[in-house]
Design a protein around this ligand. Structure first.
Ligand code: GLN
Length: 193
């Protein structure tokens, strides 16, 4: 099993380190040719507008959508979650538009730019240390989306089939349980191919 981390911008190394910690071969992905021998792909935190532009510039938009259509799992954290959404509030165009949800960028406002919280995450942990940095919120989910975690009644982690996302940064702690959950999704998807 081999999992890629999209490496155009953002917190790439941290994801690679956690994947290695759970014992999975992990590679930084910059080119569409690399997608062929991957079983799953992670979109890191960073700046979603910049990443969206680079995805288009390097002709990765359709290849990543194809990757998804082949049943291969995707996992986005923070800016990576924004890339996955079908709709972004106050934006004309979404990016990959593969997950049936609406997201709001920088949703916690200037006063609380960054904060940390201990969260129960369905199927993952009862006490996950979640780090939020200028985080988005999921303001609407479609019927196929399962909510995995909330903060003050607002959705911050979710799953739709073989797509997983979190508006916080599991890659910025050394707790590998969220990554382990994704790796298990990838393992199931590989077994079904
Ligand atoms: N605010 C960033 C954006 O909207 C996301 C921040 C992050 O990934 N930590 O793209």
């Amino acid at each position: 099993m081999k999992i890629g981390v999209l490496a155009l911008q953002g917190a790439v190394r941290e994801h690679l380190t956690l994947l290695e910690k759970v014992g999975v071969e992990a590679v930084a992905v910059k080119k569409q040719e690399q997608l062929q021998d991957l079983d799953g792909l992670i979109f890191p935190g960073g700046e979603s507008t910049t990443m969206g532009k680079l995805i288009r510039k390097y002709d990765l938009l359709e290849p990543i959508r194809d990757f998804y259509r082949q049943g291969k799992p995707l996992f986005g954290t923070c800016a990576g979650l924004i890339l996955l959404a079908n709709k972004i509030e106050d934006a004309d165009e979404p990016h990959l538009a593969v997950m049936d949800m609406t997201v709001k960028r920088n949703a916690f406002g200037r006063q609380v730019d960054s904060f940390e919280a201990k969260l129960p995450i369905k199927g993952v942990a009862e006490d996950f240390h979640a780090v939020f940095i200028r985080a988005p919120l999921i303001t609407h989910v479609g019927s196929e989306v399962e909510v995995l975690a909330e903060v003050n009644g607002e959705v911050v982690a979710a799953r739709q089939g073989h797509i997983l996302c979190a508006s916080f940064h599991p890659e910025l702690t050394d707790d590998a349980r969220f990554h382990q959950f994704f790796v298990d999704m990838v393992r199931e998807a590989v077994a079904m191919r």
